[in-house]
Design a protein around this ligand. Sequence first.
Ligand code: GAP
Length: 463
Amino acid sequence: MKNEDNLLDKIVSLCKRRGFIYPGSSIYGGFAGTYDLGPYGVMLRRNLVDEWKRAIEEEDSIAFIESSIFTSRKVWEASGHVSGFSDPLVVCNSCHTKQRADHLLESIGAFADEKMTEKKINEVFDAHRKELTCTICGKKDFGKVRAKNLLATSTLGVFEEDDQEVYLRAETAQGIYINFKNVFDVGSYEIPFGIAQIGKVFRNEISPRQFLFRMREFEQMEMQYFVRPKDAPAAYARWKQKRFEYYPTLGIKKEKLRLKQHDNLVFYAKDAWDIQYEFPFGWNELEGLHYRGDYDLSQHQKFSGADAGVYDEETKERYIPHVVETSVGVERTMLMVLCDAYSEDEMNGEKRVVLRFHPRIAPIKTAVFPLLRNKPQLVEKAQEVYRMLRQNPAFGGAVRFDDNGNIGKRYRRQDEIGTPFCVTVDFDSLEKDDVTVRDRDTGKQERIDVKSLTLHIKEELTK
Ligand code: GAP
């Protein structure tokens, strides 16, 4: 476990050093559970979001929406989040600190998860009470496990004394359910179809931890697929398979992925599976795949009075569509691709750290260097090559010019960012109009004519 923790520490430090991810509010000592994206983090995020969108709408009719973060309190009362969205919390009677009961149980190898009911987790906790030690004071004296609601709140109002407490959204899914009829009534979409959205969500996590794994503010990519009830099992099976097969297309190692069914269902789910990834701290949920039945649309119909039903031309009856949900965090996906890509090896007798990103998700596709920064002809030629690549739409602007430090240092820097190709302009380039292209993974270098360079790299990137 020590080495694996160490790996996570190395990734955290690389992310900061190379401008992927910084701890939130770091100059003020940090703000737990929040992280800020740096320039390469923004580019990595954009690639992951683009890939997700492409895959989600590859074969299906999908409408994209963007709903508000501030919503009526009733949304969360109807959804069940006010009464049922909680983490199991336990207080140490000796030092009075609050801790996650499921994490304490996990630490001694006892099975527990955050989705257990309060009654169930109290039973498990009681069975192991004698073995459980407070992580702060070391005593074995805990109270009863209590459910702590995870909805994050804010206040809104004209005068402070009139301020109303509001919930920040805890999942993007509810914004989709409350807009289901708005989208359906436009007439462009017929059942089955999906509504998807990508956006920030907020959760009052008691113990944010493991870097991007458990945050208080994060982004979700969710898709709710609306089907006729009888078609729901087949749609659920199809989406489960489709999402599971998606991750290897991002270059993720197949042996690090698995599908796992939930033993304990959350309040809204009829069936639930996770796509799990083997993170440095063990197998954990990457993406949730839930069969939600008609729970959400029925709840909103009940609480709002607005009809959520649709007319079935075949049976000539009205019905409430069933929902199959796919839900994954952007940052959790980032953490997975960083863990999967991180590697240490030796090249030309030197140790190096390299992020072996799949070229499609690599933040920078190509870096261009002049061999020496103090030779104006080399710099000018390198700038010309850089502009040629950068302006080509195939690279989406993801090309860097780098003349800082010697060539070895520039290679190391680009390896740590995960840049698949480095192009160097040297003295021969001035005569022969060619450049050296170096492959990140093999270190192999080949000379390529400048006029064939764009096509060459484009082909290599899509191999
Ligand atoms: N709409 C269903 C839903 O929100 P969830 O299992 O609570 O289900 C879905 O969350 C996904 O969101 C997770 O699989 C994970 O990728 C991401 N996620 C959940 N909580 C998170 C947190 N605290 N920090 C980062 N990502 C989180």
